[in-house]
Design a protein around this ligand. Structure first.
Ligand code: DON
Length: 421
């Protein structure tokens, strides 16, 4: 399998290697000095296995790919209400560096454009800019699974060419969005944009988001699932700027690009992608980076809206043990749709079945809503004149304190209970 996936990555890189479209960003003078031919692609599974191809060890500046991570840190540190009070979650339909706030709310439209990103920096706790930046750098490093550092030349270069961001920061101050000194906040923002990463670092950071906030290589939890869900939602709608519509239809994963030429893409529960190629298209996204992600998504079937057959076989078998008593063997991962389907079938099953025994021994994983539905099954079946029992040998699926659920360690014991008058 590793050989096969490695071959996919190598072929995708080769397929787009000769594409010379696009121009390297030069509004930050130091960015124009990078090698435009660099092309690296990395994929990290949520169990930490990494695939790499091409220039995956070349370091470049993270730029706007920093924005979702600072947003996540702000959400984690000060909570969603405090963040929402300063930054919206709507796509802006404007360039990333537009000097604007939302007409109605007077807040930046989202955290993926500069105005929202600068506001997000100001929400990260810190007694001074140094402390605030240390916190950010530590957070990025824990996500990447190694100690990251700043490219001082890029930082200085952006700082000396940063009039537009200065205009944005002072505008934010005038609207009451920035409480701190705009120049101090900007200094942290310029530093965060200049943090050096490789495409493999980005894949690990993306995979950390894919795993709901746990770094797959180190096992360290960096943020709560709720923070990650919010961050991915904003990446989905705003991460690729005005090209978000094409991106979502052709790639179909929450993502973020940076003018340094990097892109991250996240397939929740499965994998994170990091890609690097400096030449950008008109909307500021890496041309070969987007093409590589389109190819990966098509060839590996990664679009997040592709319809799976997952829920069709939740009931793997049924058998009747006595008059009116039917065993239903459930298997796989039980989420809402699987539990809904299983319980509907159990409830509607005719043929004189008046006792249903659900054998959960082969259920691998279950979420809260499916568990609640199973616990409520007995009451629901009673209403249609049936009895319901569960078999869960080591109480892995239904916790032992749920006494009302009629749970037995074996099918035989459940059948005996069903026969008792
Ligand atoms: O604020 C800026 O101009 C940069 N440091 C980051 C911009 C960026 O990467 C936009 N993304 N595509």
């Amino acid at each position: 399998m590793t050989v096969l996936v490695q071959r996919y990555l190598d072929e995708i890189l080769a397929e787009h290697a000769d594409n010379a479209e696009g121009v390297v960003a030069d509004y930050i003078p130091e960015l124009a000095t990078v090698d435009p031919s660099s092309f690296g692609l990395s994929l990290e599974m949520t169990d930490g296995y990494v695939y790499e191809s091409g220039d995956s060890a070349v370091e470049f500046s993270i730029q706007s790919i920093s924005k979702p991570f600072t947003y996540a840190l702000a959400l984690d540190e000060v909570g969603q209400d405090a963040v929402d009070a300063k930054i919206g979650v709507e796509p802006s339909g404007e360039p990333f560096n537009e000097i604007s706030v939302d007409d109605q709310t007077k807040k930046p439209k989202n955290a993926m454009i500069n105005a929202g990103a600068i506001a997000a920096v100001s929400l990260v706790p810190g007694a001074n800019p140094h402390e605030r930046f240390s916190r950010l750098l530590d957070f990025y490093s824990v996500c990447a699974g190694r100690a990251l550092d700043v490219d001082e030349d890029i930082y200085q270069s952006e700082k000396s060419a940063g009039s537009r961001n200065r205009a944005i920061a002072y505008m934010l101050q005038s609207f009451g969005v920035l409480d701190d000194d705009p120049d101090e906040v900007l200094d942290v923002y310029f530093r965060q944009c200049a943090i050096k990463v490789t495409s493999t670092d980005l894949a690990c950071m993306a995979s950390t988001l894919a795993g709901g906030g746990v770094n797959p290589r180190t096992g360290v939890r960096v943020a709560s699932p709720a923070v990650v869900q919010r961050t991915l939602s904003v990446m989905m709608t705003c991460g690729m700027y005005d090209a978000t519509g094409v991106w979502v239809t052709t790639v179909g994963m929450p993502a973020k690009s940076g003018v340094g030429g990097g892109i991250i893409a996240v397939l929740p529960s499965q994998l994170g992608i990091g890609v690097y190629s400096p030449p950008l298209g008109a909307n500021g996204n890496s041309i070969r980076g987007v093409l590589a992600c389109q190819s990966l998504s098509a060839q590996l079937g990664l679009h997040f809206l592709s319809v799976t057959r997952e829920s069709r076989a939740t009931i793997r078998a049924t058998h009747d043990v006595a008059d009116g008593v039917r065993i239903y063997e459930l298997h796989g991962d039980l989420l809402f749709a699987g539990a809904e389907q299983a319980l509907r079938i159990v409830e509607q099953d005719g043929d004189g079945v008046d006792v249903a025994i659900l054998d959960l021994s082969r259920v691998d994983d279950i979420n809260d809503v499916a568990r609640r539905m199973l616990i409520g099954m007995r009451e629901a079946l009673n209403k249609v004149g049936k009895e319901g029992f569960l078999v869960d040998p080591d109480r892995r699926v239904i916790p032992a304190d749920r006494a009302n659920a009629a749970v037995y360690p074996t099918v035989e014991e459940a059948v005996a209970a069903a026969r008792r008058p």
